[in-house]
Design a protein around this ligand. Structure first.
Ligand code: CP
Ligand code: NVA
Length: 316
């Protein structure tokens, strides 16, 4: 009888993008430089066919506008093909195991972008995939968002490495990935969150161990963070998968809303950032998102350029 295979087949070393801890500062800087060049080329209508004959598969368990469309547009503009499947349609981990899914899909596509509820799913998938796996958001991290954010920060201030990010809101996936990206590049990062919603201990332990020199602070005072922030960043209070907690979180985060009063405490040239989608009237008010200090739509646009650089680098 044939033995059932339960362990990952030995595959040649393949680079996955599960979070930014695994990148060196040089790699991140290289990707940002490449992204800036690809952005310029795109605006000159001079995209190169860097992904010709390449196929990128997107498997998403949660909704998405930016991540999905920016990846699919990036692949199309660089001459490749992408395909999208909703997680439940594809049956990831339900119709067949994550391991069997990963090993099968790698026969057809050159890279996979996964959006999952449980970070462990993307870890397990990567362990069995012979093609690069990119985390397109999990409950733990959102590395593609952080790359787009860093590109946006780089294109906002010349001395961006010296500018402080004040993240006022939930210490969740988006905040974790940006903190790691900033930590890698020596950018000071301060998280202001209510008690119980800051960075969790296992993350902090890993952060301190892997980035001992990084300047990371936490406070429960949003005003203190706003006063220090050149980039005032927020994210939704209840993330996808936390809908049941929305009412409780609305109460806990009430004094952390980024509104005109809070933004007024920031340095005069401070900019407002948000990964989007925004829950207007909750974590941020209209006057802030729509103000001249808001760079949220440039930020959303930069997702595509950063991901082009990432794909071109992974599939080089
Ligand atoms: N910021 C972000 O990842 O947006 P989507 O959820 O629309 O992909
Ligand atoms: N923290 C949010 C980010 C959405 C891009 C979520 O996980 O829903």
């Amino acid at each position: 009888m044939m033995k059932t295979k339960t362990r990952a087949a030995k595959t040649p070393a393949v680079r996955h993008v599960l979070d930014l801890f695994d990148f060196t500062a040089e790699e991140i800087e290289h990707l940002l430089e490449r992204a800036a060049k690809l952005k310029k080329a795109h605006h000159r209508q001079a995209d190169k066919p860097l992904l010709q004959r390449r196929v990128v598969g997107l498997i998403f368990e949660k909704p998405s506008l930016r991540t999905r469309v920016s990846f699919q547009a990036a692949v199309a503009q660089l001459g490749g093909t992408s395909l999208f499947m909703a997680g439940n349609e594809a049956g990831l981990g339900v119709r067949e195991t994550v391991a069997d899914f990963a090993r099968t899909l790698a026969n057809y596509v050159d890279a996979v972008v996964l959006r999952v509820f449980r970070h462990q799913t993307v870890v397990d998938f990567a362990a069995f995939s012979s093609v690069p796996v990119i985390n397109g958001l999990s409950d733990y991290s959102h590395p593609c968002q952080a790359l787009g954010d860093l590109l946006t920060m780089r294109q906002t201030f010349k001395d961006w490495h010296k500018r402080t990010v004040a993240f006022i809101g939930d210490g969740n996936n988006v905040a974790r990935s940006l903190a790691v990206g900033c930590g890698k590049l020596g950018i000071p990062f301060i998280l202001a969150a209510p008690d119980g919603y800051g960075f969790d201990e296992p993350f902090l332990e890993e952060f301190r161990e892997r980035l001992p020199d990084a300047r990371l602070e936490q406070t429960q005072d949003p005003k203190e963070a706003a006063a220090a922030g050149d980039f005032i960043y927020t994210d939704v209070w209840a993330s996808m998968g936390q809908e049941d907690e929305r009412e409780q979180r609305r109460k806990s985060f009430a004094s952390f809303q980024v509104n005109g009063n809070l933004l007024a405490l920031a340095p005069p040239d401070a900019r407002f950032m948000h990964c989007l989608p925004a829950h207007r009237g909750e974590e941020v008010t209209d006057d802030v998102v729509d103000s001249e200090r808001s760079i949220v739509f440039a930020q959303a646009g930069n997702r595509m350029h950063a991901q082009k650089a990432l794909l071109a680098w992974l599939l080089r």
